[in-house]
Design a protein around this ligand. Structure first.
Ligand SMILES: [Zn+2]
Length: 242
């Protein structure tokens, strides 16, 4: 397999290794998952609160939203990481076959990839020979495919992390609408949700080294819009007396 050096470089950064990049990816996914839990559950319970004052109805709607959302996130993550893992395993199997069938061509390929990264021809050849001697498959996996064969992402871990992140986010609007007295529950929910969204907006901007102000505004604005729309829909439905 031959890749352009730029592609190899890019896939190395995308890979789920043990490095800083992958830890940042996990953190970012956790913040986004929690944000999803906050926004979708807040929209749901505020919409129901527009239609009814029943605490049982609010609890049922909020809990159902929490469970449906976290399970849907976990299932989606499981499927996507499983597919990624399948293709990584297929690439490793092909690499193994190529190493067995044509070790000379593979050595030349590794040499070229290392040379493309800035090593002189002699040094690249020497490095490729040493890497091949130590662990040829691992060297090709790292340099050519940008993956670590001993550290492929586990779909169950990814699914569990998504489930947890969404649940943590969803608990906030659920508790905020159910616990306070009826007269203030809506304001407690709106206030705590907007504060939480300011926090996740700030955090995700920080993780991506982007300016925080605009990220916070977008995130808070999106959540406010979601709650306004569902509250209006819930109030309309409630007024019809269905
Ligand atoms: Zn190879």
């Amino acid at each position: 397999m031959t890749d352009a050096p730029e592609d190899t470089e890019a896939s190395a950064h995308e890979a789920h290794g043990g490095g800083l990049g992958s830890r940042l990816n996990w953190l970012r996914a956790a913040v986004l998952g929690a944000n999803d839990g906050v926004v979708s559950t807040a929209g749901l319970v505020v919409g129901v609160a527009g239609a009814t004052e029943s605490r049982a109805a609010l609890l049922t709607a909020g809990l159902s939203g929490l469970l449906a959302g976290s399970m849907s996130m976990a299932a989606g993550e499981y499927v996507s990481v499983s597919t990624q893992r399948d293709s990584e395993e297929a690439a490793l199997a092909q690499e193994k076959r190529e190493l067995r069938e044509d070790p000379e061509a593979e050595l030349a390929e590794l040499t070229a990839l290392l040379a493309a990264r800035g090593l002189s021809a002699d040094v690249a050849r020497e490095a490729a020979e040493q890497l091949t001697e130590r662990d040829a498959l691992r060297a090709h996996a790292r340099v050519e495919l940008g993956i670590d064969p001993d550290d492929l992402t586990n779909p169950w871990h990814a699914a569990g992390a998504s489930f947890l992140a969404f649940t943590v986010g969803a608990l906030l609007p659920l508790l905020a609408i159910v616990l306070p007295p009826t007269s203030v529950r809506l304001w407690v929910t709106v206030g705590s949700v907007l504060a939480a969204l300011a926090l996740t907006g700030w955090w995700s901007a920080r993780l991506g080294s982007a300016p925080a102000g605009r990220a916070i505004l977008r995130n808070v604005g999106g959540g406010a819009l979601a709650m306004a729309v569902t509250y209006a829909a819930g109030s309309l439905l409630g007024a019809t007396g269905i």
